[in-house]
Design a protein around this ligand. Structure first.
Ligand code: ZN
Length: 110
């Protein structure tokens, strides 16, 4: 279950950065192609934040859809998994979105 390790490093990064400030809300971006299951992160979040400055904080997860541009025909298309080809048949594509795994926003309790 690598979501646990990922959630732990996210929480650690926030604690390192924010010190003792109590956190009210965390917003994460987890792309649909990142290989990370958002529901699992949500579940781990409550366990990992227990006893930290993030305890009780709300977790919001934004999941950008996978998007790619074909290097052969230039078309942009949506992809929900990495096995999708361009409509022209080409697999030569550049990923534009969907692999995100980042902290987008942290709200401190006023
Ligand atoms: Zn194409």
């Amino acid at each position: 279950m690598h979501e646990m390790a990922i959630t732990q490093s996210v929480i650690q990064a926030i604690c390192d950065r924010m010190g003792d400030k109590p956190i009210r809300r965390v917003c994460l971006e987890i792309g649909t192609l990142s290989g990370v299951v958002a529901d699992s992160v949500q579940f781990c979040f409550d366990l990992v934040t227990e006893g930290t400055t993030l305890e009780g904080a709300a977790l919001e997860i934004i999941q950008p859809t996978g998007k790619a541009r074909c290097r052969d025909c230039g078309a942009e298309f949506v992809l929900n998994d990495l096995l999708v080809l361009c409509a022209c048949g080409s697999a030569n594509r550049e990923l534009l979105a969907g692999e995100e795994l980042k902290i987008r926003e942290v709200e401190v309790l006023a």
